[in-house]
Write a protein that binds this ligand. Structure first.
Ligand code: ADP
Ligand code: TRP
Length: 320
């Protein structure tokens, strides 16, 4: 792995069962970017970011494992990517504190995520308020050049840029590199089985690693509306796994026969997802793989981030 390549940093919170919306909307593109070979990728499980909303030790352990296995199953290669757990690298929280010390409250109050949370709940935790500073540390520790995120995370990358600029200005240095967001091309929002956006919070998902029986159950319960030309919710999911030119023919041939179209969707989904599911099952049967991958990632991420922290500590004057 060449050190001269621009760095890519991305992360995933271990907060929910992964569904096909996550895969087609985000994971598939993240993996493809790491395979282009243009970047040196650091990808981590943002467990400390999840602690705001998930406060159950067993669940934290289980979901963290599941996220690592899911990324391996969909093609992330630990030989090409530094894959680690945020909590394994203490520099993230250390740098976060340093950023807290140069950041004002009014500036953080402008964050969309904070405003949304505050509108819903008056007693939000400090970690939610401070989320952008931990995320800035995540990004700036590795000299990230690109940060692939969905549109909803763009503001957080801007916070990281502003924070790097401010740090460099306050401490008269240039050690923090300004990152660019890389907004992943918007895959049309994947609808859930009720037609709304597929989301774990709506309980309308098709799980990414669903067994065939479960797949059948989910697809058969996709809500269809007989007023249109074709069952749009079925079609929108079908489009993810088969070309539109083939679909046009198929939906014309079986016009009005929703049961048949759903059966065809089940076949196509099953065929595309089966290899991922097989890989996931294989990983589940390997009791050591997650620990091994995370141990490798931890030592590499610690080495890189510690070198940056030495520069940071000198810049702020806590080290000589
Ligand atoms: P959820 O809405 O289920 O809580 P997250 O917010 O955890 O999902 O999303 C993780 C990633 O998956 C995000 O980058 C998001 O853009 C993508 N994603 C989630 N749901 C969908 C969907 N229905 N269609 C397309 N992309 C999605
Ligand atoms: N906040 C991101 C999300 O909710 C996850 C995340 C944490 C992240 N740290 C990051 C993404 C650093 C990119 C880079 O999806």
């Amino acid at each position: 792995m060449s050190n001269a390549k621009p760095i890519l940093v991305s992360a995933i919170k271990p907060t929910g069962d992964l569904h096909i919306g996550n895969y087609f909307g985000a994971m598939r593109q993240q993996v493809a970017l790491t395979k282009e070979g243009k970047y040196r990728p650091f990808i981590f499980v943002a467990d400390y970011h999840a602690l705001n909303s998930m406060q159950d030790a067993e669940e934290m352990r289980r979901r963290t494992r599941e996220v690592v296995m899911a990324y391996l199953a969909v093609g992330l290669d630990p030989k090409e990517v530094v894959l680690f757990k945020q909590s394994d690298v203490p520099a993230h929280t250390e740098l976060c504190w340093i950023f807290d010390s140069i950041t004002t409250m009014p500036y953080l109050m402008r964050a969309h995520a904070y405003k949304d949370a505050a509108a819903k709940n008056k007693e939000i935790v400090v970690g939610t308020f401070n989320y952008p500073m931990l995320m800035a540390a995540d990004i700036l520790l590795y000299d990230a050049a690109v940060v692939p995120v969905g549109q909803d995370q763009k503001q957080h990358v801007e916070y990281a840029r502003d924070t790097a600029e401010k740090f460099n200005r306050v401490f008269k240095t240039d050690i923090l590199k300004l990152p660019e967001p890389y907004i992943m091309p918007e895959v049309a929002i994947v609808p859930g089985i009720d037609g709304r956006k597929m989301s774990k919070s709506y309980g309308n998902v098709i799980p990414l690693f669903a067994l065939r029986d479960e797949l059948v159950k989910c697809v058969m319960s996709i809500v269809t509306d007989s007023s249109g030309e074709r069952p749009e919710n079925v079609y929108a999911i079908h489009k993810l796994v088969r070309s539109e030119s083939e679909l046009e023919k198929m939906y014309e041939e079986h016009r009005g026969n929703y049961k048949m179209l759903k059966e065809l969707l089940i076949e196509d989904l099953d065929r595309s997802l089966a290899p991922l599911r097989a890989k996931y099952e294989e990983l589940q049967n390997d009791p050591h793989i997650v620990e091994e991958v995370l141990a490798g990632g931890k030592s590499e991420a610690r080495a890189v981030s510690e070198a940056k922290m030495e520069q940071v500590r000198r810049a702020i004057g806590v080290a000589g």
